[in-house]
Design a protein around this ligand. Structure first.
Ligand code: SF4
Length: 207
């Protein structure tokens, strides 16, 4: 029988401990959620540092700054032209509505489910379970899911787990930590993996 989602959480929590996500607070969470698309956190940190140095880690400055200057400040995060436009549109939305709902966020070009749900969960503390590449791979290996349908895998979590913002926050952070430390290596570190007993990858390493 496959391991249940609570057990997976407990094993990950026991092994990695509390992750204390998300770095930053307020608008910085939304900016980070946009900038992290298609890159790593190191590059996002550099871009956020540049915004901070320019005094532009706030709605007022992001509203006033020219698109060209914004592009330059966030260049290290890659796809900076598209991301700058997304940030500008997001700021315009936040000025009209400081706590937009999911549909409003999704109406902005460049904001998909993962970005919208990261903003809703980590900034507005609403119970949306965030799905990412790591979740697809790990939960396929654990026999939970096949395919890449964001909403379907999200439903698996949200129908089984209690609707608890803190739990969703910590669980997603633990998945990311597990991916980085064990599962997303070129050769996954299965020997000392806390989920090894429950993982099909060990027997079928093509998964
Ligand atoms: S046993 Fe290996 S493949 Fe399976 S979850 Fe752990 S690290 Fe990933």
């Amino acid at each position: 029988m496959k391991i249940n989602l609570e057990e997976i959480y407990n094993l990950l929590f026991e092994y990695y401990g509390s992750q204390g996500w998300w770095p930053g607070e307020g608008i910085e969470i939304a900016i980070g959620a946009v900038l992290i698309q298609q890159t790593n956190w190191h590059n996002v940190e550099k871009a956020i540092e540049h915004l901070k140095e320019a005094g532009c880690l706030n709605v007022e400055c992001l509203k006033k700054i020219s698109l060209e200057k914004l592009e330059k400040l966030i260049q290290s995060s890659g796809y900076y032209k598209a991301k700058a436009r997304t940030l500008k549109n997001l700021i315009n939305l936040l000025i009209k509505d400081p706590q937009p709902d999911r549909n409003a966020l999704l109406s902005i070009k460049g904001i998909g489910y993962e970005t919208a749900d990261s903003i809703l969960l980590y900034w507005f503390e609403q119970p949306y379970f965030v799905i990412d590449e790591y979740s697809f791979r790990i939960f396929q290996r654990l026999g939970y899911y096949e395919g890449k349908d964001y909403l379907k895998l999200q439903r698996v979590f949200m129908e089984i787990l209690p609707s608890d913002t803190k739990l969703y926050n910590e669980y997603h952070a633990l998945i990311v930590e597990h991916a980085k430390k064990h599962c997303f290596k070129t050769n996954p570190r299965c020997n000392d993996c806390p989920l090894a007993k429950h993982c099909s990858y060990i027997n079928e390493p093509n998964i």
